[in-house]
Design a protein around this ligand. Structure first.
Ligand code: GLU
Ligand code: MG
Length: 449
């Protein structure tokens, strides 16, 4: 199975095999953007693998444009401290699309040598530890959609040919290089297809432990942007770049591995077993707060609209693309899982996965019941299902002060909410329309999402 390089010795031999000259020490910031330092390979292998590197903690309070909205934890008074990045030597990658480069993820420490409370990787680590303390190891896969664009950010196609193997062949060289680069970087590539949006594509990667899945996701986005650029194109994960075209989602599949394998199973009546039902019920219970983690800017909630294949209500079901929590369950299958369909492709995967694990574990602890499953067109007949927030201010209101916010850490949650509140203020000034996506919004998000 294709996976990250797991030890320093393996990295040493991979460095010589692939003739690496540089290791990127990478730390995902609050927007899900990879930052860090490029270090000569010998220096990394001799000392930096132990000593680490330093990066300014401002990266945890940046907005998408690297502006610094007011923050109570990191500001001019605190002096924008260095955060110490300790390489995680189980995460080595070879960046085959840029020969000579490797990458290692790092963990951010605060000035006391403790995990930095604002670092998304640390927020996720705490939730994984919570699952493992109960003997359950989460297995996660993310599924991202993106638009391939020309350098002026117009989509490469103006028609839709979903999953066509004939249409759009002129883009297959780009997509083939993307798949190869993902494989080279230690990801399982399942396949790629044209999506149901003009110029929209999807590449699917296989499941991994929760931290590796989140690492894979931020690296996936970085690699796809770079490969698109190598071909003279651009890739964007902006969740709703144009009001009249599809949105791009990040569907997140979760299951739990116990001592005897996947604890999610199929029952005689064709329904998921109690563990799987409770896990999904936790997601439904916290769905409002989770919406904020999945749509943390003014643009993301614009994707949550009827008949877009993005869910609009707090619902669950079996194989139904209109529900929020889709339970994929088959007799005798090891791949039974819950697919959470609400997050946008711009969402920070560490935070969304952390939120889903916290919500799911709460569902198990409280033995929550998801209620009746939805069948058929949930957009047309949502029944008495609660509607998800459809603008950023409502999503923030659902998260702020919630149990989920407390579970992810008070310091982190207050900081994250304050970054989003600044987005609400900016959107009120530059694009108050709750549906339209204007040039200001595209300029703000299309390149870095
Ligand atoms: N593009 C849809 C979304 O924004 C999802 C389409 C699909 O089912 O893959 O979530
Ligand atoms: Mg899709």
């Amino acid at each position: 199975m294709n996976k990250p390089i797991g030890t320093l010795e393996e990295l040493r031999s991979a460095a010589s095999e692939h003739q690496l000259h540089t290791i990127e020490v990478a730390v995902p910031d609050t927007q899900g953007h990879l930052r860090g330092k490029r270090v000569p390979v010998d220096r990394f292998l001799d000392s930096v693998h132990r000593s680490g590197v330093n990066v300014a903690d401002a990266m945890f309070v940046f907005d998408m444009q690297n502006d610094l909205p007011d923050n109570e934890f990191v500001n001019m008074e605190t002096g924008y401290l260095d955060t110490h990045i300790v390489p995680d030597l189980t995460t080595g990658r070879i960046l085959t699309h840029r020969p000579g480069y490797g990458l290692v993820f790092g963990d951010a420490m605060d000035e006391h040598g403790k995990p930095h409370p604002l670092a998304p990787r640390n927020v996720l680590a705490s939730q994984i530890a919570r699952c493992r303390a109960q003997g359950l190891d989460p297995l996660v896969a993310t599924e991202l959609e993106f638009f391939l664009c020309r350098p002026d950010w117009t989509p490469v196609q103006s028609h839709i040919q979903y999953s066509s193997l004939t249409d759009g062949m002129e883009f297959e060289t780009v997509l083939a290089d993307m798949r190869a680069a993902l494989l080279g970087a230690g990801m399982e590539v399942e396949g790629s297809n044209a999506e149901y949006g003009s110029g929209q594509f999807e590449i699917n990667t296989g499941p991994a432990d929760a931290m590796t899945a989140a690492d894979n996701t931020v690296l996936f986005k970085s690699i796809l942007k770079q490969v698109a650029m190598q071909h003279g194109y651009r890739a964007t994960f902006m969740p709703k770049p144009w009001a009249d075209n599809a949105g791009s989602g990040m569907h997140v599949h979760t299951s739990l591995q116990g001592a005897d394998g996947n604890v999610f199973a199929y029952c005689e009546d064709g329904e998921p077993n109690d563990t799987m039902r409770r896990w999904a019920a936790g997601m439904l219970h916290h769905a409002g707060a989770l919406t904020f983690l999945g749509a943390p800017t003014s643009n993301g909630p614009k994707r949550i609209r009827p008949y877009t294949f993005a869910p609009t209500h707090v619902t669950w079901g079996l194989d139904n693309r209109t529900v929020l929590a889709r339970c994929v369950v088959e007799s005798g299958s090891a791949a039974n899982r819950v697919e959470y369909r609400s997050a946008g492709a711009d969402a920070n995967p560490y935070l969304v996965i952390a939120g889903l694990l916290a919500a799911g574990m709460d569902g198990l602890d409280q033995q929550r019941d998801p209620g009746a499953m939805s069948v058929g067109d949930v957009y047309g007949t949502p029944g008495d299902a609660e509607a998800l927030p459809t603008d950023l201010a409502s999503a923030i209101a659902a998260y702020s002060g919630s149990d989920l916010a407390a579970a992810l850490g008070d310091t982190f949650s207050r900081s994250y909410v304050s970054i989003a509140e600044a987005e609400v203020a900016l959107a009120a000034e530059h694009n108050p329309d709750r549906d339209d996506v204007n040039d200001w919004e595209r300029e703000r998000f299309i390149e870095h999402c």
